[in-house]
Design a protein around this ligand. Structure first.
Ligand code: HMG
Ligand code: MG
Length: 296
């Protein structure tokens, strides 16, 4: 019962770069986005309209929002009304809001308790839907929190339901610090799919403990066919200590292709995007597929 096609939502330009200490040149970001699109990626988190004081790496957001070619869904993150207002000054038509299930994490990330974030975002989501925006809700700390530890499945499912009732088109359910294991992935995604069968649901795994590919396989079995991944395995949230990179796009695409599941992504072209970004980032890119690329 595995799907024949899977949609990859590339989060490299956003999650991948937000945690980089030295500023990645705006032109390099733009070329990265273009090469990712050229590899066949159709949905991408391009950047985020967050406070430049909090996340200096995203301070050039307004300059790069329009980089991806037509035919690619460009998604921009916004933490609050101010962020959404900034998106509405552009021609971008997809917004991702983000909230943590864990209250402590939400305060560290957005400077507000989860409940206050939801009170601010619900009317904003409804306004966006009236204007025909595509709205994605990223649910952080869906499994574990770096401050509060294990998160109850029922709390994550409740927050998913709250967003569904607020009218979002898609949920992206995240293992922010890469602690989940496949049994937890299968269990949570089965419940979310059962509760909200009509909603698009993506899984967002960080690969801190190398369980992400196994978690993806478990999520596939629970009926998930959308995955957030990051080229080169870059990524991590600056306000989640211990968070390392997202699961690498190339490793996920390789695995799915070998399983006969189509993603529409060309691995050779994806490698060109990673070749471009590798010298611009501080950490070595040592993902499985990329290390072997060009050697066989
Ligand atoms: P704050 O300091 O409480 O903000 O930060 P404020 O409302 O008090 O405003 C203070 C100043 O910031 C004001 O400017 C505002 O205009 C400005 P001033 O009057 O001093 O000149 N401001 C903004 N500027 C630009 N864009 C905005 C914005 N909002 C206020 N949107 C705030 C609150 C939410 C802004 C801050 O906490 C913030 O920017 N947080 C973002 C944190 C972040 O980007 N985290 C990473 C993304 S989430 C993630 O990675 C997880 C995910 O991958 C899933 C997973 O793996 O879990 C999605
Ligand atoms: Mg993330």
């Amino acid at each position: 019962n595995l799907p024949k096609n899977v949609t990859i939502i590339e989060v490299g330009p956003r999650d991948g770069l937000q945690n980089e200490q030295s500023f990645v040149d705006t032109d390099v970001k733009k070329e990265f986005i273009r090469l990712l699109a050229a590899s066949g990626i159709k949905e991408m988190e391009i950047t985020s309209f967050v406070s430049p004081k909090w996340v200096p790496q995203m301070r050039d957001a307004a300059e790069i929002v329009h980089t991806a070619p037509d035919g690619v869904r460009s998604i921009v993150l916004a933490p609050n009304r101010r962020g959404v207002d900034r998106v509405r000054e552009t021609s971008v038509k997809s917004v991702a809001v983000f909230v943590g299930v864990s209250n402590t994490f939400n305060k560290k990330n957005i400077n507000k308790p989860t409940k206050e974030s939801m009170e601010e975002l619900k009317p904003v989501i409804s306004e966006l839907k009236k204007k025909n925006y595509f709205v994605r809700a990223c649910i952080s700390t869906a499994f574990y929190c770096p401050y509060e530890g294990k998160i109850a499945e029922s709390d994550t499912v409740s927050l998913c339901r709250e967003f569904a009732e607020a009218g979002v088109d898609e949920l992206s359910v995240a293992d922010t610090i890469g602690m989940a294991v496949p049994t937890e992935s299968f269990s949570l995604f089965s419940k979310v799919k059962k509760e909200l069968p009509e909603l698009m649901v993506a899984a967002h795994f960080h690969d801190t403990r190398k369980t992400a590919l196994a978690n993806i396989f478990a999520a596939l079995q629970a009926g998930i066919d959308r995955f957030d991944t990051s080229a080169g395995g870059l990524g991590g949230c600056p306000f989640a200590p211990g968070a390392t990179g997202n699961v690498a796009t190339e490793d996920v695409v390789y695995m799915l292709q070998r399983m006969g599941i189509d993603t529409g992504i060309d691995l050779d072209k994806l490698t060109e995007a990673i070749d471009l970004i590798a010298p611009a980032v501080s950490r070595p890119i040592n993902t499985g597929y990329y290390q072997l690329a060009g050697t066989s």
